[in-house]
Ligand binder design. Structure first.
Ligand code: ATP
Ligand code: MG
Length: 454
């Protein structure tokens, strides 16, 4: 394990339309404020989601599931995004659409297995012996390059670190010297070096170090000069996902590391023995109190697209020792379970439904729609006239909120084309003509069915 991997790397790639959502907008008693954190209305569903967040953070619903049901555009995906925001950095949150499991290159269960493993975090605490302090001086010793005689390369460094109470000069071997050069470590940086592995970490820059350079725009954190000894035991906390560990182990096992040649992730399968090994290791860490498991969330949108195989995989995954919380969302009523002839509520098999807490989202009132549109308009920094806004609200009520949200951008472009920066009522109506909603596209196809394919 050589580097920390952010557990949040897998968060929503398609977050665009939900960028205004900052949280669930609940007060300290868990009651939904009508408008807060970019959320509007849908108060029952948000309060229920708040309870789910509490249970997740307490580690109480690992292995269970939640299902969001409601008509299209009523905020199911938005609330799932809000849950992710509420959970904070350390809890893994993996979002996928059910359709992503159908790939020509990888097995469905392999894709799901990876998603499950990404949704399981391991927080590792380690006490390490380190040298920690502010850099006072770096002196490099250079030697002739072994192959290119007229070149010299740094082979050793003498590094002086200080704290409020201590000062030490370390002689560093070549590998550590190279890290120091590559990381651009300079006077005034607060760093620590792992005494046994030689890994160098920069925590930031110390405040007020004489002759150190400070910039008006500084990307480094400015910290106080620490006190105490330079050489000490430090508790280091890192969070990995089980998938990070699977991946790392499988690279180490393969003789040639194909994965790193071009720096491109290879979508090869991770052998199940490797996963078993990782599980054993993690269990051992947990028993030795070196690590704790953080069950995260696997969110599967449009869950009616999952098939019977996928559901049975997920049921099994929910029963296993390390299980994430599974959150599903769907807008279907009674539907066939994919891959079978069986009709079931929401297209989800009954034994799966049995394990799910169901949260309902309900259609919006005109006021809710107006409020949500107002927030989106602010978020996208769009200017719009009063009657254009009213027209958009009208569209939101008659077609769908989603459709009204989607018309914003085309209307903005139409206004821009005319050299205006404010959307007018005509722009909205024209956008509505150019981009039709589902209802109209179905009507159109029905009307012309005769003329289409026969
Ligand atoms: N209560 C809400 N507060 C603020 N924004 C909302 C709310 N509900 C929905 N939205 C926004 O409205 C749009 C449509 O909502 P969303 O995509 O969450 O609907 P959905 O229930 O997931 O629909 P579908 O069933 O079609 O997937 C999104 O831009 C979303 O961020
Ligand atoms: Mg959705």
């Amino acid at each position: 394990m050589s580097s920390e991997i952010g557990v949040r790397e897998t968060i929503f790639k398609r977050i665009g339309v939900h960028s205004h959502i900052r949280g669930l907008g609940l007060d300290e008693k868990g009651r939904a404020l009508f408008i807060a954190d970019g959320m509007v209305g849908q108060t029952k569903a948000r309060e229920a989601a708040g309870i789910v967040v509490k249970l997740i953070l307490e580690g109480k619903i690992a292995g269970k599931g939640v299902l969001f049901v409601g008509p299209p555009g009523t905020g199911k995906t938005a609330i799932a995004v809000a849950i992710a925001r509420e959970l904070g950095e350390d809890t893994p949150f993996v979002a996928m659409s059910a359709s992503e499991i159908y790939s020509s290159e990888r097995k469905k269960t392999e894709i799901l297995m990876e998603a499950v493993r990404r949704a399981l975090g391991v927080r590792v605490r380690e006490k390490r012996l380190v040298y920690e302090g502010v850099v006072e001086k770096i002196e490099l010793r250079r030697a002739r390059h072994p192959l290119v005689p007229y070149m010299t390369i740094p082979v050793e460094a003498r590094l002086t670190l200080f704290t409020k109470d201590d000062k030490v000069t370390l002689t560093l071997p070549e590998e550590v010297t190279h890290q120091i050069i590559e990381m651009g470590i300079k006077k005034g940086d607060l760093i620590w070096i792992d005494a046994s592995t030689g890994r160098v970490f920069r925590e930031g820059k110390a405040r007020g170090v004489e002759k150190a350079r400070y910039y008006d725009i500084d990307t480094k954190r400015i910290l106080d000069i620490p006190s105490g000894p330079i050489k000490k035991e430090k508790e280091i906390v890192r969070t990995f996902t089980l998938h990070d560990l699977d991946f790392r182990f499988s690279i180490e096992r393969s003789a040639v590391s194909i994965v790193s040649i071009f720096g491109i992730g290879v979508t090869k399968e991770i052998p199940s023995e490797i996963r078993k090994e990782v599980d054993e290791l993690v269990k051992k860490w947990i028993n030795e109190k070196k690590a704790e498991l953080i069950p995260g969330v696997l969110f599967i949108d449009d869950a009616h697209m999952l098939d019977i195989e996928a559901f049975s995989f997920l049921s099994r995954a929910m029963e296993s020792e390390f299980a994430p919380i599974i959150i599903l969302a769907t807008n279907r009523g009674i539907a066939k379970v994919r891959g079978t002839d069986i009709e079931s509520p929401h297209g989800i098999p009954l034994d799966m439904l049995d394990r799910l807490l169901i949260i309902q989202t309900t259609p919006y009132s005109k006021e809710d729609i107006a409020e949500i549109l107002r927030i989106r308009i602010e978020e996208e920094e769009i200017k719009i006239s009063k009657d254009a806004f009213d027209a958009l609200v009208e569209i939101g009520c008659n077609s769908s909120l989603r459709y009204a949200v989607q018309l914003l951008d085309p209307a903005r472009i139409l206004a821009m084309n005319e050299g205006r920066d404010e959307i007018s009522r005509d722009d909205v109506l024209r956008a509505k003509e150019l981009f039709i909603d589902v209802k109209r596209s179905v009507e159109y196809l029905k009307k012309y069915e005769e003329m289409f394919l026969k």
